[in-house]
Design a protein around this ligand. Structure first.
Ligand code: HEC
Ligand code: HEC
Length: 522
């Protein structure tokens, strides 16, 4: 059957035009009528796309549900997290469900459906999921929260917001600098493990990063989680006045840190030459080197796969001189996991193991015809691994230099001969770890760092409060290190084909990651 107008009777065409007009009017004039979608059609779409996470009856028990933190929403409860209704309303607005479905929820497994479903279909889905609970029965769509009293951002307002952030104890969960470094162990009402948002990375927010969205969050709290509603009067304990809520919004908006964002196509750590290398990870000399940020993804290739990471990014700098190379790796980690620390053990999920970092480089630098490296290398492509962990309270900073030839095959190398050392410190939700070693290896199981040459480099990271140990961890793809000599007529050597292969792979991978960001970054 043709669906074009050509073969249709004029009556049918007129009927369709009328229908189209009616639909358009309904959608433009009255969003609340538009929201009364078709439950039956919504059910059909749900059975195609939603059930494998949210479950056949919407009870969050689909076959994929077990692999997710946070778990999918249980629609039979009728409780939703991101609510823009008036704080007095018990239910969310239809528009909140519509937004979550259309745009998805970054940092969780909830995909965005805006490219798959048309808006009317999304309203049908809204109607269907509302029908899975009696919470919405005989309830009108509630009014939107009032945004009256909005205060434009200014240094003064941000400062007042910082004070309100203290007064309301936002820092107990979100950390003094907003990086989500909680001092409390948090759970969803369902019992699922829950980490607070890192407010310096708004691209990991589940909902919108606008003053209005954050105002709604602060006013309504995040239902089904321990984040409470702060709407109230100054005099009420744990509440913020309307004015202070707007100041705190401006403060949260000001916390965004673009330096911890990956930049498209930036796949090289550029080492700078200096006479004297920094003495430790907090040495101001590190400011001379520019940082490159790389995404961490969960390790899902080798056995003991891992789907629920917390850390999502490393920032890397390198400096070198005639004899040594030094790396500074920084990452936001909500927990300082040092075994022996009772406060850390109290908020850990599972046994508390050390936080850890590894830097990997190939033992033999690739030549033109060589394939890219993956994982821990193999028998003919050994990888050298500089490893640091937080040790324990009694003995901080565990270090090892290893050579790996594939999964599980690793041997200790002579760290002293390589002049290898590593130290780390944790402040306000961020680890800074410096690793240093000689440029030239003594053994043929170790990497010699040639200057003026692109050297493959990769990173692995463990969050010891999140059950990350052994092959359960996050890692980056392979990137590049370039130690660029400052003087002389140095020529930068590209390893030809290998370089192109890697860069090509990298770009594909980056594409995958930017989609994966939806599901992996929290
Ligand atoms: C791959 C798994 C997956 C699929 C498929 C999926 N969801 Fe979700 N969904 C989730 C997860 C996980 C959450 C919870 C995210 C959170 O709590 O941060 C969620 C949350 C939601 C929410 C809650 C929003 C809120 O504010 O609380 C709605 C509504 C929703 N999903 C609707 C749908 C609909 C409709 C479909 C099908 C078109 C769908 N989901 C398909 C994983 C999925
Ligand atoms: C008791 C702990 C707790 C307190 C106190 C708390 N939060 Fe949260 N907050 C959380 C948790 C947990 C999440 C993540 C919830 C989730 O993803 O399900 C969160 C998420 C957020 C988000 C992210 C919203 C999004 O779209 O992803 C913002 C913004 C936020 N909080 C701001 C604040 C501000 C401002 C305060 C103080 C006025 C505050 N929070 C107090 C625990 C808390």
């Amino acid at each position: 059957m043709s669906d074009t107008g050509k073969n249709m009777k004029p009556g049918i065409i007129a009927g369709r035009i009328l229908l189209l007009l009616a639909v358009t009017i309904v959608f433009t004039l009255s969003p609340s009528i538009a929201a009364t979608g078709n439950v039956e059609n919504g059910g059909k779409l749900y059975a195609k796309k939603c059930w494998w996470c949210h479950g056949k009856e919407g009870e969050a028990d689909g076959p994929a549900a077990d692999f997710m933190i946070p778990p999918p929403r249980d629609f039979s409860e009728g409780v939703y997290k991101f609510k823009t209704a008036d704080p007095k309303a018990e239910i969310v607005r239809d528009e909140d469900l519509f937004r979550a479905i259309k745009h998805g929820m970054p940092g969780s497994a909830m995909p965005s459906w805006g490219e798959i479903f048309k808006d009317p279909e999304i309203w049908d889905l809204v109607a269907f999921i509302k029908s899975l609970t009696d919470m919405f029965e005989d309830m009108d769509n509630p009014a939107e929260i009032s945004y009256a009293g909005k205060i434009p951002s200014s240094a003064e307002s941000i400062e007042k917001g910082r004070k309100a952030f203290e007064a309301a104890k936002c820092f107990e969960c979100h950390g003094q600098a907003g990086k989500g470094n909680t001092i409390k162990k948090l759970k969803e009402d369902s019992g699922a493990k829950l980490w607070p948002r890192n407010l310096t990375k708004p691209w990991t927010f589940r909902s919108d990063y606008t003053p209005e969205a954050i105002f709604a969050r602060v006013s309504n709290g995040i239902p089904s989680t321990p984040m409470p509603s702060f709407a109230g009067e100054k005099t009420e304990k744990g509440k913020l006045s309307l004015e202070d809520r707007w100041h705190v919004v401006n403060y949260v908006m000001s916390l965004k840190d673009d330096s911890s964002k990956t930049k498209d196509g930036d796949i090289v750590v550029r080492g700078i030459q200096m006479v004297e290398l920094p003495k430790d990870e907090n040495d101001p000399a590190w400011d001379k080197a520019s940082a490159t940020a790389f995404f961490l993804v969960p390790q899902i290739i080798e056995k003991d796969r891992f789907f629920t990471p917390t850390n999502n990014l490393v920032k890397v700098r390198a400096l070198f001189n005639d004899s040594e190379v030094a790396f500074l790796v920084e990452w936001d980690d909500r927990t300082k996991s040092v075994p022996g620390d009772d406060a850390a053990a109290a908020i850990a999920w599972g046994d508390l193991t050390p936080d850890a970092l590894a830097i990997e480089t190939p033992v033999v630098l690739p030549t033109a015809s060589e394939k890219p490296y993956f994982g821990h290398g193999d028998a003919s492509h050994p990888v050298s691994m500089m490893y640091w962990n937080s040790g324990s309270v009694e003995s901080p900073n565990g270090t090892m230099l290893l050579t790996t030839t594939g999964t599980g095959n690793r041997e200790k190398s002579d760290a002293t001969a390589a002049g290898f050392s590593a130290t780390g410190s944790y402040k306000d939700g961020t680890w800074r770890v410096m690793m240093k070693r000689k440029l030239t290896a003594n053994a043929d199981t170790d990497t010699s760092f040639e200057t003026g040459r692109y050297i493959p480099i990769a990173f692995a990271n463990w969050d010891g409060s999140n059950g990350e140990v052994g092959s359960k961890h996050t890692l980056t793809s392979w990137y590049w290190l370039l130690l660029k000599p400052e003087t002389g007529n140095a020529v930068v050597v590209l390893p030809g084909l290998a370089f192109l292969l890697l860069v090509g792979g990298q770009l594909l991978f980056a594409g995958f990651l930017s989609k994966g960001r939806q599901s992996n970054k929290s």
